[in-house]
Design a protein around this ligand. Structure first.
Ligand code: 4AD
Ligand code: MG
Length: 430
């Protein structure tokens, strides 16, 4: 019976055949232990010399790392392995022998591993991170579908930009200039006026000269936008969404979390509601913590965010940032116009901002004034201005950065391991 490692629990006591690669191997004169992987999981194959044909044992013993094969054997329960099963091998049919696979079981430097990203993805660790990423994506669709959102796909090639004009990738669009999307937000606002509650999930691009553990040049963002939702309504969606994905990973990726050595007790605490702190109070808090150089009106750097986040064991919303450090579209607070109705969600354990969001301006005159004040070309934003002209309503939305969220939930230090092929400041290959 041909099957996969993930399905062997259905075949205990029976003989199965699995297409697999050799991840690692130990052997003596009498027995060989093959660490097998097939994409769906990892299993140990045991080859006992006295139980198989001599040729099979010799083949198993001489297999090199990453050789591909069809392996046949009897499925047995194995209480010592975290996976719970092993394969008592009866036959090995080699498909291709891999010669000199570059990533050996010893330690390698990061640059070497990044140069070999196309192969590094096969490792147990990268396999676990990619499975967690996939679970977060699955749980995202589940959450928004169950809550009445419609998935809408904004364009990647755009003529206007929501997050400022300095970090844009410019390209030619026949005779015109075009930009790779930094955020689908403005289009999602248009979609919310047509469909009510919408979300997007797609790649976004930022020509940011930042070389940190939190920055990618190309990253994936989930952007919900909701008509008739005010600031507080949006925060509720955000905390419920983030709690849902964390609990889904805990439930469906326990093997992966264990493989990564993740402290799951920290994730178990991630339930609604999440704490909120205003920007004003955050500044006071930072002063009390000895950050003397930061002043009201400054944006927070990573050390500031981490100091605030360390004070809580759940993600924290920092709300009501100064108007002058936020984009043009954010709704001013009702009682004062030096701050806006926005919130960043900061993940615990130093992973930084995972969500940026706000209530949007829906007053035509104010929106026009803001576009002018920010020196944005009116021609490019005329379509967007139409939204606050024809049946404008209060609305809110946010963007969650997928890779930072994967890094936090998996407990991996750097976002470069959270996307299959990271685009970084110094890296466009492989
Ligand atoms: O805070 P940002 O810039 O917000 C927006 O783009 C809004 N237009 C979203 C919206 O309201 N629809 O980005 C949102 C999130 C950040 O919180 C962060 O998680 C992630 O996107 N992000 C990055 N992730 C990796 N690398 C980068 N260079 C990132 N820049 C932002
Ligand atoms: Mg932000």
């Amino acid at each position: 019976m041909k099957t996969t490692i993930s399905q062997v629990n259905k075949f205990v006591g029976q003989e199965v055949t699995i297409g697999a690669w050799l991840a690692n191997k130990r052997s003596s004169g009498k027995i060989a232990f093959l660490q097998l992987r097939d994409g769906t999981g990892f299993i140990q194959g045991v080859v006992v010399k006295s139980d198989v044909d001599e040729g099979v044992f010799q083949t198993a013993k001489s297999l090199s790392q990453e050789s591909s094969m069809y392996v046949t054997g009897k499925v047995q329960e194995d209480s010592r392995s975290p996976f719970g099963f092993e394969l008592l091998v009866t036959n090995v049919e080699v498909i291709q022998e891999a010669v000199d696979y570059p990533i050996t079981p010893k330690e390698h430097g990061t640059e070497f591993l990044m140069d070999n990203r196309h192969l590094w993805l096969r490792s147990r660790r990268q396999h676990a991170v990619m499975k967690i990423r996939n679970e977060i994506i699955r749980a995202t669709y589940e959450f928004f579908n169950e809550n009445g959102f419609v998935k809408v796909d904004p364009p990647i090639l755009t003529g206007s930009s929501p997050e400022g004009t300095t970090e844009l990738f410019k390209t030619k669009y026949f005779e015109e200039d075009a930009f790779l999307s930094q955020s689908g937000q403005l289009y999602m606002e248009a979609a919310a006026m047509a469909l009510g509650k919408v979300f997007s999930f797609g790649p976004t691009f930022r020509a940011e000269k930042s070389k940190t553990r939190r920055h990618l040049i190309e990253f994936w963002m989930i952007e919900p936008e909701m008509a008739f939702y005010e600031f507080e309504d949006s925060l509720k969606v955000q905390e419920e969404y983030v709690a849902h994905i964390v609990q889904s990973v805990l439930k469906n990726c326990s093997l992966e979390l264990e493989r990564l050595g993740r402290d799951t007790s920290k994730l178990e605490k991630i339930t609604v509601p999440f704490p909120r702190i205003s920007y004003d109070d955050a500044i006071k808090f930072l002063h009390e913590q000895g950050f003397e150089d930061i002043e009201w009106g400054d944006d927070f750097g990573a050390p500031h965010e981490t100091a605030i986040a360390d004070h809580f064991d759940k993600p924290v919303f920092i709300t009501h940032y100064p108007t002058k450090i936020k984009p043009f579209y954010m709704q001013p607070a009702p009682d004062r116009d030096d701050v806006v109705l926005c919130a960043d969600m900061i993940a615990p354990e130093g992973y930084g901002e995972i969500i940026g969001g706000s209530e949007r301006i829906h007053d035509f005159e104010l929106m026009k004034k803001q576009i002018e004040k920010h020196n944005l070309p009116l021609e490019a934003y005329n379509w967007y201005l139409d939204l606050s002209k024809y049946g404008s309503v209060p609305h809110s939305g946010f963007g969650l950065g997928l890779e930072r969220t994967v890094a936090w939930i998996s407990g991996v230090e750097h976002v470069r391991e959270t996307i299959p092929f990271p685009r970084l400041l110094n890296r466009l290959y492989p």
